[in-house]
Design a binder for this molecule. Structure first.
Ligand code: GCO
Length: 255
């Protein structure tokens, strides 16, 4: 049973992993034995995160690049090719939130959210999958969705469209890549205690809504997503494809 979830000998790239959910997932995959590559847009925050991982005894490296820029992504993979680094597990976690009613939303803000939360998963997964297929080694792709992959909330329209797209892009990846032994799945976090949600956490009415809307009656913690991420990154999910697993305290299960 222990080998079923063992990630030893595998290399995992986690996008947007200098903090928050991404950093928690990076820690969890490293704890399961993976050699983890952290990513973010800023070299200083990536370096700080790598240092934190090192201090915990985890095998981690980092590479700062913009996951919305196909040339930057191609350059990153070319460097890994040169260094003999093979990405076996890709966690597409990079994401931003931008809260504004649709009628007030600038196209530039819409595009930035779509690019970061959805298009980046296409760009990075394309480079990773091309190599997994060429190596004949298969691989794991785990996309990070949201409750908004299923339902909408006012003022987060661009985010909702992107996360809905993540659910269907995950299925599209399965349709094309499952035959190459690549399992593409998604995790749909509920409301998690992260910096991105700080304004919501501090809003008494929103906090009460979150706690009354899920039967666990609380916010989730980033580390509570790790088990599902390790499962979907491991041999334990070798026949699971195109799924989105909601880690939401039961939110979507109840009326
Ligand atoms: C919001 C939040 C949500 C959560 C999460 C819920 O403004 O409603 O940011 O989007 O982050 O995605 O699953």
């Amino acid at each position: 049973m222990s080998t079923l979830f063992d990630l030893s000998g595998r290399t995992a790239l986690v996008t947007g992993s200098a903090r928050g959910i991404g950093f928690a997932l990076a820690q969890g995959l490293a704890n399961a034995g993976a050699a983890v590559i952290l990513n973010g847009t800023r070299a200083d925050t990536v370096a700080e995160a790598v240092a934190r991982m090192d201090a915990q005894g985890f095998a981690a490296t980092g590479r700062a690049f913009d996951v919305t820029n196909e040339h930057a992504v191609a350059d990153a993979f070319a460097q890994w090719d040169h260094d003999g680094v093979h990405i076996d597990i890709l966690i597409n976690n990079a994401g931003i939130q931008f809260r504004k009613p649709l009628v007030e939303l600038e196209l530039s803000d819409w595009q930035r959210v779509i690019d970061t939360n959805l298009t980046s998963a296409f760009i990075v997964s394309k480079e990773a999958a091309k190599r997994m297929i060429a190596r004949g080694s298969g691989g794991k792709i785990v996309n990070i969705g949201s409750l908004t992959s299923e339902g909408a909330r006012a003022t987060v329209g661009a985010y909702t469209a992107a996360k809905g797209g993540i659910k269907m892009l995950t299925r599209a990846m399965s349709a094309e890549w499952a035959a190459s032994n690549i399992q593409a799945n998604a995790i749909g976090p509920g409301y998690i205690l992260t910096d991105m949600n700080q304004a919501l956490i501090e809003n008494a009415a929103f906090d009460a809504w979150v706690k009354s809307s899920n039967p666990s009656q609380r916010w989730g913690k980033p580390e509570e997503l790790v088990g599902t991420a390790v499962y979907l990154s491991s041999s334990a999910s070798s026949y699971v494809n195109g799924q989105i697993i909601y880690v939401d305290g039961g939110w979507l299960a109840v009326l």
